[in-house]
Write a protein that binds this ligand. Structure first.
Ligand SMILES: Nc1ncnc2c1ncn2[C@@H]1O[C@H](COP(=O)(O)OP(=O)(O)OP(=O)(O)O)[C@@H](O)[C@H]1O
Ligand SMILES: [Mg+2]
Length: 479
């Protein structure tokens, strides 16, 4: 038989055990401090801390400071722009509101990011928490601000690659939407683009075009703006080229304004005829910003210039006119070459920058060099044509706020017969706000146009008959 006694240690025994343990620990620490250098001890301590904190914590925190390598940290800037759009996800019930617009105090105030307040965001199902921190620095120095972005540890890579790209992109979009749209023209003397605020109010709503054309174009533009990955995957530069062609006054320039307003892109309006040479063209084009439209109006005139240049070059090379070498050089330097232009449209240096739209307009597509029209060069060719019945009705609805009138039928017939342009129609509709007066005026205008056309045709026909008669008579005179 075994008897068990529950022995409780005495207080003095516990105390002596503690004393010996403390003595051993101190001895061990002293030996460790003697043997292991301070730096290595600190390193091991840090690693151990890291290991334990990452072992027990499931979250990962990115620290985004305001400055990076002595300049403003663009990721911080992007967060500052983007996060106010996520303030609905605030975990507390406060918002920072303010305005610094001295010129227009009535302008809508902006939302700011409150310090030490969690802002919740979600990216592809991943929960994210942002917090802005601020620490006071030395006197006279601005406070130090930084963001903490916390996510579950397993999403660290995804956030690093995809979310930060998304953040930068979103901020860029927000900024460009907030900014006034600008139109740039190139100042050759100062060799730089100069901007003015672009306030053309034409949108796809106010542009009278056939619905099918409008919808297809909007779809195309939207697909383009979302198409970064697609363009990359097929190995193409993220660019889109449009050729707008048609008679004067059919809305080509208005269409460019509608595209700019839809995309919120700035416009770079280039007078190609005045560009001195290919080198200058290259310089001009590489200095345009992303998310912009490069507009070259009346490209047929540019093509003429380039043909003239080519002719001059041939003359100079062949020495037909016997020009002196210096003069020859000067002539050679005038204008850009067709190959320079084509290089820009789809050559290697066209691929610098991204999300750029190129628009050419012309009244004479047939005059363009076939090389410019080759498939793939300009992605979309759009005919802006004379008024159709739909376009006429749309213009009347916009200008006179009416969708029915007894004069609609005769006007529609005449519009088609005389091939009136939308510009001609709008000019007449602007004459009065009263539908009866404006439409009568338009009808009269169309009738006059018809008569003038008939007279012109008659004169032309008479001229042709006369020419034919003269030709018939000429051989008789000679013989
Ligand atoms: N499709 C349209 N919808 C609404 N307005 C139009 C349309 N087409 C022309 N207009 C009106 O006619 C004016 C002239 O049009 P716009 O300058 O766009 O023509 P264009 O085709 O560029 O002419 P050009 O070939 O001479 O440059 C515009 O300011 C606008 O008021
Ligand atoms: Mg125009």
């Amino acid at each position: 038989m075994v008897t068990l006694y529950n022995q409780v240690p005495s207080v003095s025994a516990i105390f002596s055990l503690y004393t010996s343990f403390s003595a051993i620990t101190m001895l061990f620490r002293t030996i460790l401090n003697e043997i292991v250098p301070k730096r290595i001890r600190e390193y091991v301590a840090l690693k151990a801390m890291d290991f334990f904190s990452s072992y027990f914590q499931s979250n990962f925190t990115f620290v985004i400071e305001q400055r990076w390598e002595f300049v403003e940290n663009q990721t911080f800037r992007a967060a500052e722009v983007y996060l106010p759009t996520r303030l609905a996800g605030l975990s507390t019930g406060k918002l920072l509101v303010g305005s610094s617009n001295l010129k227009n105090p009535a302008a809508e105030p902006k939302l700011g990011i409150p310090v030490n307040t969690k802002i919740i965001d979600e990216f592809e199902g991943i929960h994210l928490e942002w917090t802005l921190h601020s620490v006071e620095t030395k006197k006279y120095l601005p406070e130090k601000r930084y963001f903490h972005l916390t996510c579950k540890k397993e999403f660290r890579e995804k956030i690093m690659t995809d979310y930060f790209t998304y953040l930068a992109k979103s901020a860029e979009k927000i900024t460009s939407h907030r900014e006034n749209l600008k139109i740039y023209t190139y100042n050759q003397d100062r060799s730089k683009w100069e901007s003015a605020i672009f306030e053309h109010h034409t949108t796809f709503e106010t542009l009278a075009v056939e619905p099918q054309l409008k919808n297809t174009l909007i779809e195309d533009l939207d697909a383009f703006s979302k198409g970064k990955d697609f363009f990359k995957s097929v190995g193409r530069a993220w660019k889109r080229g449009y050729l707008l062609y048609g008679p004067p006054g059919t809305g080509k320039s208005s269409m460019v304004a509608a595209i700019a307003n839809h995309m919120k892109y700035h416009i770079y309006d280039l007078q190609i005829q005045s560009v001195r040479d290919d080198g200058e063209l290259r310089e001009i084009l590489t200095s345009t910003k992303n998310r912009s439209i490069l507009l070259i109006e009346d490209i047929d005139c540019g093509a003429d210039a380039s043909r003239r240049r080519q002719t001059k070059k041939n003359e100079d090379d062949g020495g037909e006119d016997g020009a002196e070498p210096q003069k020859r050089k000067k002539k050679f330097e005038v204008g850009i070459s067709l190959s320079g232009l084509l290089n820009f449209v789809d050559g290697l240096w066209s691929s610098c920058g991204e999300e750029k739209i190129i628009i050419f307009t012309t009244n004479h597509k047939e005059k363009l060099d076939p090389a410019l029209l080759r498939p793939g060069r300009m992605d979309v060719h759009i005919l802006m044509d004379n008024c159709t019945p739909f376009v006429f009705k749309k213009l009347v609805a916009m200008y006179l706020k009416t969708d029915d009138h007894v004069l609609f039928d005769p006007i529609e017939k005449l519009v088609l017969e005389v091939r009136a342009t939308p510009a001609e129609v709008t000019q007449q509709l602007m004459a009065s706000k009263v539908a009866d007066i404006a439409l009568k005026g338009l009808l009269e205008f169309l009738k006059t146009k018809k008569m003038t056309k008939e007279e012109d045709t008659k004169v032309e026909e008479d001229g042709e008959i006369e020419d034919a008669e003269t030709k018939e008579a000429e051989p008789e005179e000679k013989t």
